[in-house]
Design a binder for this molecule. Structure first.
Ligand SMILES: [Zn+2]
Length: 127
């Protein structure tokens, strides 16, 4: 589950492969929506339910070995401090694992900003 921000998804960033490397998987389905680490805000309850359904559909169909929630700095969909991104993405990852009853690892990742073309991907937690 990742943000839909174009800066993450153009070819030079190679985001899909990097999520795969960070989670020890090769094929990565994406559920993209603005600010995934903000999904537990009460105003986004409907969006959270929809996103969980999309993740479950793909995880079941493709027998997912791992899940990841990927936040990023300078996010328009969830405009909070870098420290809050680290905390919120962990909370969403933990909640996703519990609510889906997913038995494999669920990663909390944060794309850290260097430039629009250059992002690092760091693990904030694993559940
Ligand atoms: Zn974003």
């Amino acid at each position: 589950m990742t943000c839909s921000d174009w800066r993450l998804h153009w070819r030079v960033v190679d985001f899909n492969s990097r999520i795969g490397k960070a989670t020890g998987t090769e094929q990565v389905d994406l559920v993209a929506l603005p600010g995934p680490d903000g999904l537990l805000r009460p105003a986004r309850a409907g969006e959270w339910e929809a996103a969980k359904g999309q993740v479950k559909l793909l995880a079941d169909a493709h027998r997912a070995a791992a899940l990841a929630v990927v936040a990023h700095q300078r996010c328009a969909g969830h405009p909070v401090s870098d420290g809050d991104h680290n905390q919120h993405v962990q909370t969403v990852a933990k909640n996703l694992k519990e609510s889906l009853g997913f038995s494999g690892p669920v990663y909390a990742l944060v794309a850290t900003y260097k430039s629009d073309r250059n992002w690092d991907l760091a693990e904030a937690g694993r559940f």
